[in-house]
Design a binder for this molecule. Structure first.
Ligand code: PLP
Length: 449
């Protein structure tokens, strides 16, 4: 079989030279495992709209958008202007800025349940603060989360994110599986794992721990579980359970806030008490936010005589991120959300056609401006159905390499696309054509899975 790494990269590989330096000073040569790729990552020179140019001069069409965080693509001129103006006045101070207030006003006006906001620096931190606020408010300490769901890297939030057939246990009582070696046993014991969208099993697991559960944490369209939405019935069952049992319904909308103007939560008849945000609300800069009911958010209020959850962060609510975020979210208005979701829908339809033409057992899941390809005939409904064995992962990696090296297209490493408003119909056509060639090229291996 022909090698997938094109000659051009081997001949004139400035990225390799930088990576050789990187491994001497950065462990593994990267600070985010997600950007590592064999034989080495490729280093960016510049990016504009939906195109990224690497230091060897190759321009690639980007459907990853920095792991779903760039809702308007790269270096949008309106965001650049606003941030540049802010930078002339400083980037962070041990004082407050109106920038955070303006942005909080915008966010609270967008979603009915967003009564108060606290800015932090990442999605991980937003989820962590949401869990700690839930504990502080309820006086309980356990959390419940779905098997396979990714919520960042806080000890409690990451449990069972990478559960696999050798350790996930009985579906009636899934094991709490550590991600990082050395995770304290107490952490694992304090995280109840449930199967997503499985009302009966989940409620039974919650009931068994009702006295201790501070919050039930879900992502309404969890990427790693399979990128399919929570059902109305499931969300309602969790809502009702949390009402009855003095627990918080906590949504992680770090990725899914893009799905509707008011977040994916707009799709449900009941709303969460607290929501963690991140990614797109930073307009391309690091950010996170905890938003939700005033009564619960009060645990963070420094004016309280008994402050239940003291909370700070050196760069939290810095005016660069909050300015960029506000401008980005102002531009991501109701019409822009609709247009983006429509374009993504067109892409999904075209790719469904491509799958038929290539005659491969592949399917799509997704919502709003996101979709993911699965190497199976029928769309998965559970994490265990989504789980990929090594053979499937190898095929996916080979297809991703084909797209990256032969077609100059960047996708997320789960074979997902997270769209940006900078994308146009001709970009979608290019993706469909590339996928047709890629799936045809990989067909013998896909058929053998
Ligand atoms: C659903 C979800 N929650 C939380 C996070 C963590 O966000 P961050 O990488 O900004 O810490 C991510 C990141 O991918 C995510 O996908």
């Amino acid at each position: 079989m022909k090698t997938l790494i094109s000659d051009k990269y081997i001949k004139d590989d400035k990225s390799k030279a930088i990576y050789d330096r990187a491994v001497d000073v950065i462990t593994g040569g990267v600070s985010r495992n997600t950007i590592y790729r064999a034989p080495h990552p490729f280093y960016v020179a510049s990016a504009k709209g939906s195109y990224i140019t690497d230091i060897d001069g190759t321009e690639r069409l980007d459907f990853a958008n920095n792991m779903a965080s760039l809702i308007h693509g790269h270096s949008h001129p309106t965001i650049i202007n606003a941030v540049t103006e802010q930078l002339h006045n400083g980037s962070a101070y041990t004082m407050a800025t109106e920038a955070e207030v303006r942005f909080a006003e915008l966010l609270t006006s967008r979603s009915p349940g967003f009564e108060k906001v606290r800015f932090v620096n990442s999605g991980t931190e937003a989820v962590m603060t949401m869990i700690k606020a839930s504990r502080a408010y309820t006086g309980k300490y356990k959390i419940a989360k779905a098997e396979g769901s990714y919520h960042g890297t806080y000890d409690f939030a990451e449990v069972s994110q990478t559960a696999n057939p050798s350790n996930w246990g009985d579906i009636d009582k899934p094991n709490s599986v550590p991600v990082a070696q050395g995770t304290p046993l107490n952490v694992l014991n304090d995280v109840i794992i449930f199967p997503y969208n499985d009302i009966e099993r989940t409620i039974k697991l919650l009931d068994d721990n009702a006295d201790d559960i501070a919050c039930v944490l879900i992502d309404p369209v969890p990427h790693r579980v399979g990128l399919f939405p929570a059902t109305e019935e499931f969300v309602k069952a969790l809502y009702n359970w949390t009402r009855k049992n003095n627990a918080i319904l906590a949504f992680d909308e770090v990725v899914t806030y893009r799905v509707n103007y008011s977040g994916a939560q707009a799709s449900y008849s009941v709303k969460p008490d607290l929501t963690a945000l991140g990614k797109i609300i930073g307009g391309g800069f690091p950010i996170g936010a905890l938003v939700g009911k005033s009564e619960i958010m009060q645990v963070l209020d420094p004016r309280q005589t008994f402050l239940k959850h003291p909370h700070s962060g050196t760069f939290s609510a810095n005016p660069v991120s909050t300015t960029a975020g506000r401008i980005a979210m102002e531009m991501f208005n109701e019409q822009a959300v609709l247009d983006l979701n429509n374009l993504t829908n067109v892409a999904r339809n075209q790719i469904e056609e491509v799958i038929k033409l290539a005659d491969v057992p592949v399917c799509l899941t997704g919502a709003g401006s996101m979709f993911r390809m699965h190497f199976q005939e029928n769309a998965p409904n559970t994490y265990r159905e989504t789980y990929q064995n090594k053979e499937t992962r190898d095929v996916i990696n080979e297809l991703l390499d084909f797209l990256f090296f032969e077609e100059d297209i960047v996708m997320i490493n789960t074979m997902a696309c997270m769209f940006a408003t900078s994308l146009k119909q001709n970009d979608v056509d290019r993706l469909s054509d590339a996928l047709l060639r890629g799936l045809r090229f990989m067909k013998p291996k896909i058929d053998r899975l």
